[in-house]
Write a protein that binds this ligand. Structure first.
Ligand SMILES: CC(C)(COP(=O)(O)OP(=O)(O)OC[C@H]1O[C@@H](n2cnc3c(N)ncnc32)[C@H](O)[C@@H]1OP(=O)(O)O)[C@@H](O)C(=O)NCCC(=O)NCCS
Length: 139
């Protein structure tokens, strides 16, 4: 943990790395190996699975779900982490409440609308929303 990290219990945090001034709200689970960059905020009830890397100055809204197991073989990977996929979130990314983020890369300066499902990499700054998330406005 960096300096001035604030965690509101109860939370489940498993060997993750939290940068300076990170905020983690209540009822959040962050799995092993996750990195959260400085000044990012994780709001309550979010789930951040292993192989997720979040940049600096990000806002992860309430009840945001990350996914690393796509059930590619017709069922869960059953704990075989070699089958899990990574997610990389850039800097200054704001993710609206109840969004689901499949294993993707999201570049800097992006907003994801509430309730969206991000299924593909986002390589251009802007506001994306819907299921599947699409660009609705450039920033
Ligand atoms: C995505 C968002 C940023 C869009 O804001 P905006 O650029 O002002 O967009 P608008 O409200 O003008 O809507 C533009 C279009 O996108 C649609 N849209 C807006 N938000 C949407 C969302 N979350 N999911 C799907 N469609 C959405 C609107 O219905 C509208 O569609 P139309 O053109 O067919 O009428 C905003 O709606 C949002 O979801 N913010 C997240 C806020 C949040 O979760 N905060 C957490 C802390 S409380």
């Amino acid at each position: 943990m960096g300096a001035d990290v604030k965690i509101v219990e109860p939370c489940n945090l498993y060997e993750c790395e939290l940068g300076d001034e990170v905020f983690v709200g209540p009822f959040v689970e962050i799995q092993r190996g996750v990195k959260v960059g400085a000044k990012s905020r994780i709001q309550s009830h979010s789930f951040i699975c292993s192989l997720v890397d979040i940049g600096e100055n990000c806002f992860i809204g309430h009840g945001v779900m990350f996914v690393n197991d796509l059930f590619k073989e017709g069922k869960p990977a059953g704990g075989d982490s070699t089958k899990y996929k990574e997610t990389k979130i850039g800097n200054c990314v704001s993710i609206g409440s109840n969004a689901t983020i499949l294993p993707v890369e999201i570049c800097d300066d992006v907003v994801i609308g509430a309730g969206s499902v991000v299924t593909k990499n986002i390589v251009k700054s802007g506001i994306y929303a819907g299921n599947p998330a699409q660009l609705i406005r450039e920033l």
